[in-house]
Design a protein. Structure first.
Ligand code: FES
Ligand code: FES
Length: 162
């Protein structure tokens, strides 16, 4: 069986790109290995841990379950892009202040998943926050500090105190 590759055009963190990708390359491998965007991590490689979470056309997806070739024409955003635009600066600060990260392996995916909830507005319940991040595994923190940080940012964004 011969290797097959395809030319795709896509936008990554606001930059238009034309790339040749192997048909079997996952989105997260493409981001890390071809574009050197190593903030998206690879953990389980089968859709369980959430370390590879990125945003495609506004929705969070598992970068290990999507092929790069499927992103032809798509708008892809990674932790690097969200950091550069300042979209999640308050979340990043809250995670740091509340010790919501230790080794940091889960953190990029956790931040994208949290922002996916918070951008809907309002102050979600702690239970809703826990459900939202239930697909993002953290081996270090025990999750409480992460929920605290997300809740604090939700309150701050809605002007209801932090
Ligand atoms: S590496 Fe994609 S969900 Fe674990
Ligand atoms: S901070 Fe280490 S896995 Fe979450």
């Amino acid at each position: 069986m011969s290797e097959r590759s395809f030319d795709i055009t896509l936008t990554v963190n606001g930059e238009e790109l034309r790339e040749r990708v192997d048909a079997r390359s996952t989105l997260v491998d493409f981001l890390r290995e071809t574009l050197s965007l190593t903030g998206s991590h690879v953990g389980c490689e089968h859709g369980v841990c959430g370390a590879c979470t990125v945003r495609v056309d506004g929705a969070i997806v598992r970068g290990c379950l999507m092929l790069a070739v499927q992103c032809d024409g798509a708008k892809v955003e990674t932790i690097e892009g969200l950091s550069d635009t300042g979209e999640i600066a308050d979340l990043q600060q809250a995670f740091a202040e509340r010790n919501a990260l230790q080794c940091g392996f889960c953190t990029p995916g956790m931040l994208l998943t949290a922002q996916d909830l918070l951008k809907a507005g309002g102050v979600p319940s702690r239970e809703t926050i826990r459900v939202q991040i239930s697909g993002n595994y953290c081996r270090c923190t025990g999750y409480h500090a992460i929920v605290d940080a997300i809740e604090a940012v939700a309150r701050a964004r809605t002007g209801r105190g932090g």
